[in-house]
Design a protein around this ligand. Structure first.
Ligand code: RB5
Length: 142
């Protein structure tokens, strides 16, 4: 599974922490930027990452801004993107089982690295349930 990750300046530190952590686990998160803590605009970051998902060059995306809110709004403007702000462990599970999220979103100024890692693991260890949920996902993109 190819996973891409991107953040604005508000999520830069958390992004680097996640890349470092998963590298030690032997998992490569492909870094789409930003590459410093200099101020940048989260819609640009969301546009870059969602293009990778929609073109199927990547299977899953991780997006981070200060709160996770702005970059969620930006990502979900793209038809076919299901960006979920994983604000707790239950949400991390449901985002896969019910929403089949293809972009996981976090807040660099609102969440601890260890909580984010645990939520990513919960998401990856859950499975989409399909069935009635697929009817709902189909309506999102209709
Ligand atoms: C940037 O200062 C901040 O507004 C952004 O990272 C994000 O939190 C927006 O929702």
């Amino acid at each position: 599974m190819k996973i891409v990750i991107a953040s604005d300046h508000g999520g830069f530190e958390l992004k680097q922490n996640l890349i470092d952590y998963y590298k030690k686990q032997g998992i490569n998160l492909e870094d789409l930027g930003t590459h410093s803590s200099e101020s940048c605009d989260y819609p640009d970051i969301a546009n870059t990452l969602t293009a990778e998902i929609l073109s199927k060059r990547a299977d899953l995306g991780i997006l981070i801004c200060g709160t996770g809110i702005g970059i969620s709004i930006a990502a979900n403007r793209h038809k076919g993107i299901r960006a979920a702000l994983l604000y707790d462990d239950f949400t991390a599970e449901m985002a896969h089982k019910h929403n089949n999220a293809n972009v996981l979103v976090f807040g660099g100024r609102t969440m601890k690295t260890e909580d984010v890692i645990r939520r990513i693991d919960i998401f990856l260890n859950s499975a989409y349930e399909g069935g009635r949920h697929q009817n709902r996902l189909d309506k999102l993109d209709a």
